[in-house]
Design a protein around this ligand. Structure first.
Ligand code: TXA
Ligand code: MG
Length: 318
């Protein structure tokens, strides 16, 4: 049952945050800004509200969600950490890193959040509005605030275009500074940390703190962080990657020296390109682009997350 005929846009003020927290405590859904993308939040302890997230997104219910917490102490209350997990939280929280950890027995996390898995994904976001909302309403389960399979939202207008009428409110924090989702890692026994999703925190930066390489997530039989479903982050148009020029009928999304009709970053800056990626895809969607050529993006640092999203956007649709 989706019963939000009107979705309110709440201002980035203490009143806006208080109203958002009130809606969440009443079992409502509120989209809120994080430094990566907008999240569609519900209280992690409220199974009914979490069920409405899946309903609103039209998302397959086997996808577990990230729980957004205030700090490592709150993470410790929900999950079992180890020395390496603690070191990463210490180094990178608040920030664009999520850790998949063993769920603590009796933790106040609805089963639907973890999709019944014995683990839970946790992250402390760096955005001040997200932090204020968590402080006021408690840990928030939140996937990206887009309909399942569509491009992630990096502005309130993207959220309203996809989920308007299906959720109670959007807390308006303007555009998201990082622009791609968090990097996800999971401890893997004595072997170290496994990279489940490339994202806003470059793998190289994590490896520098761990003092050893992340294990690549290559086994396709794993439950696969479902963000890893092949077609994902998809605009309506077809994508052709690695393009140096447009073919007839194509719109060219440029990067660096490849100018294009619009560009992820004219100066070839990966940070700028990550921040612009989803907004560019949303804009091409809104303009009805049917064939999109994308210039090559170097595959290091944030470029790995950008190329991962582009490959999924270009994958055959189910
Ligand atoms: O940047 C982000 O992480 C954003 C913002 C809103 O924080 N959130 C986000 O959530 O991207 P979502 O639901 O779109 O992606 C969550 C990812 C999925 O790929 C999911 O499979 C993985 O986290 N995940 C969650 N819990 C997991 C678990 N217990 N084991 C393995 N993967 C898990
Ligand atoms: Mg998502």
């Amino acid at each position: 049952r989706i019963d939000s005929p009107r979705t309110r846009l709440l201002p980035a003020t203490s009143e806006g945050v208080a109203e958002a927290a009130r809606l969440l405590r009443g079992g409502g859904l509120v989209a809120f800004p994080t430094e990566t993308v907008y999240g569609l939040g519900a209280r992690a302890a409220d199974g009914h509200a979490v069920a409405r997230i899946f309903e609103a997104k039209g998302r397959p219910s086997f996808n577990p969600l990230i729980v957004h917490v205030a700090d490592p102490g709150e993470a410790e209350a929900l999950a079992e950490t180890g020395p390496e997990a603690r070191a990463l939280m210490e180094a990178f929280w608040p920030g664009p890193l999520a850790l998949v950890l063993p769920l603590r027995a009796g933790a106040p996390v609805a089963d639907l959040v973890t999709a019944g898995l014995p683990t839970v994904a946790l992250r402390a976001p760096a955005h001040p509005l997200a932090q204020a909302l968590i402080a006021a309403a408690g840990p928030l389960a939140a996937p990206s605030a887009n309909p399942s399979g569509r491009v992630s939202p990096t502005a309130p207008s993207h959220v309203l275009a996809g989920l308007g009428g299906r959720i109670e409110a959007v807390l308006d924090g303007g555009p998201c500074p990082v622009g791609v989702e968090s990097t996800i890692v999971a401890p893997d026994g004595a072997d170290g940390m496994r990279l489940l999703r490339a994202g806003g925190l470059p793998a190289e930066t994590i490896e520098a703190v761990l003092g050893r390489p992340l294990i690549a997530d290559t086994d396709p039989a794993r439950i696969v962080a479902p963000g890893q479903m092949e077609s994902h982050y998809a605009p309506r148009g077809r994508l052709r990657l690695g393009a140096m020029a447009a073919e007839p009928g194509e719109i060219l999304l440029g990067f660096g020296a490849v100018a294009g009709d619009l560009s992820l970053s004219p100066s070839g800056d990966l940070r700028e390109a990550a921040a612009n990626l989803f907004a560019a895809l949303h804009r091409l969607d809104a303009e009805g682009a049917e064939r999109i050529a994308v210039a090559p993006v170097p595959d290091h640092g944030l470029g790995r997350a950008i190329n991962d999203r582009l490959r999924r956007a270009a994958a055959p649709r189910p």
